[in-house]
Design a protein around this ligand. Structure first.
Ligand code: DHB
Length: 391
């Protein structure tokens, strides 16, 4: 009896001593944020990094009593690098969650690491439909190309656009955009007469645009990733495509808020469909745009920024609901599923079944407001689920 009491007393004394270093370590909630901070997709990294900082400035750097540490890594948008960085963040830094992922190949390359290590992986940018199916630990706060493309294919034929040529970046999201736009337009009685694909890396749009001119469609439907839109717009206008009666339409990636204001008046009237515009007329968005712009030397937030901002919201709320990540990756993931909230983009929720984002898709037209170019929303399709998953 005496011996047992002694053992118990010893245990009480020993436990906190042994636990001390672990306790300090345990009291940090770590987010491994992998973004393209340099290279062709650097604007995506810059926007998301700024949004993550803003979220923390507004919501504090502790969650569920734990200090939040963001470990930012630059993957230069090379998928092998993304994967290696993710592995290091999981094994060495023991991060609670992986986040970021500027392009689809980077997200795809990292999916097996999330699965093997049971680490929730919040995709804040990449937008190919199939990404969320690559690991049960993936949650997405950006959008999907099928979501954005289908709305435009419903709008086009009702607005005199029947014959279309498509031009997309030749990889996951471009192929999704091409397919879902074409299928829906065809269903609606329109026709895609030619489907053109340009390389993702250092694309030259000129020869493709020449071909489009010769084909004389009612419109050119474009998907290029964030950061490439200005080059498309410039060459489209230089070749006088608009004057030849060809309209430019696309997913909102092409009239990206990061670049739109520098595209010039030639961009006026371009119609796109997307989930976020910096001009979205809600009180919450006005506050978001103001705070973001102020904190970043006048930079306007784009759809990448909102994916990062909402991704942090999903992570913080999940941490709060699961004892700050101390219950492990599965509990953290479970608390991400089904989150529903108002985003600067409008209402959104994380579908518990698919772990993908359900959100409004807006039709927008480039217009001038306060002497600046904006995507002004003129119609909305509410609560759109990723059409890539409704088999
Ligand atoms: C992807 C990247 C982008 O910059 C974008 O605007 C849409 C999709 C992607 O790689 O998934």
């Amino acid at each position: 009896m005496q011996k047992r009491q002694f053992l118990r007393a010893t245990a009480v004394v020993v436990a906190p001593l042994a636990g001390l270093p672990a306790l300090a370590q345990d009291n940090v909630f770590k987010i491994g944020l992998i973004l393209p901070m340099s290279g062709q997709q650097a604007t995506t990294g810059r926007q998301i990094d700024a949004a993550v900082r803003l979220y923390m400035a507004q919501n504090g750097d502790t969650v569920a009593g734990r200090k939040v540490q963001v470990i930012l890594k630059d993957d230069t948008s090379l998928p092998d690098v993304t994967k290696r960085l993710a592995q290091e963040l999981v094994v060495n830094d023991k991060v609670n969650v992986l986040a970021g992922f500027g392009i689809t190949p980077s997200a795809m390359a990292t999916a097996p690491i999330a699965t093997q290590s049971k680490t929730p992986m919040v995709v804040m940018a990449a937008a190919t439909s199939a990404i969320t199916e690559a690991s049960p630990y993936i949650v997405r706060t950006s959008f999907t190309l099928p979501q954005a493309s289908v709305a435009l294919a419903d709008w086009a034929p009702k607005n005199g656009i029947k014959k279309v040529v498509s031009l997309v970046s030749d990889y996951g999201p471009g192929i999704d955009a091409e397919k879902f736009f074409k299928d829906r337009l065809t269903f609606n009685g329109g026709e895609v007469v030619e489907s053109l694909r340009v390389p993702l890396r250092s694309p030259d749009f000129a020869p493709f645009l020449q071909k489009v001119r010769d084909l004389k469609p009612d419109a050119l439907f474009v998907f290029v990733p964030s950061g490439a839109g200005a080059a498309v717009m410039k060459q489209f206008l230089e070749r006088g495509m608009d004057k030849a009666g060809i309209k430019l339409i696309g997913t909102g990636d092409v009239t990206d808020d990061d670049q739109l204001n520098d595209m010039g008046d030639g961009a006026l009237g371009v119609v796109t469909s997307h989930h976020y515009s910096a001009a979205h007329p809600s009180a919450l968005n006005k506050k978001f745009v103001e705070a973001f712009t102020k904190a970043n030397k006048g930079m306007r937030p784009n759809f990448m920024a909102v994916g990062g901002y909402d991704g942090m919201r999903v992570i913080y709320e999940a941490a709060k609901a699961s004892k700050g990540g101390t219950m492990g990756g599965d509990a953290l993931l479970a608390a991400m599923k089904g989150q529903i909230f108002e985003s600067p983009r409008g209402p959104m929720f994380i579908d518990a079944q698919t772990r993908d984002v359900v959100q409004n898709i807006y039709l927008r037209k480039v217009e001038k407001k306060d002497a600046q170019l904006y995507n002004i929303e003129f119609d909305v399709i509410k609560d759109v689920k990723d059409p890539g998953k409704t088999k």
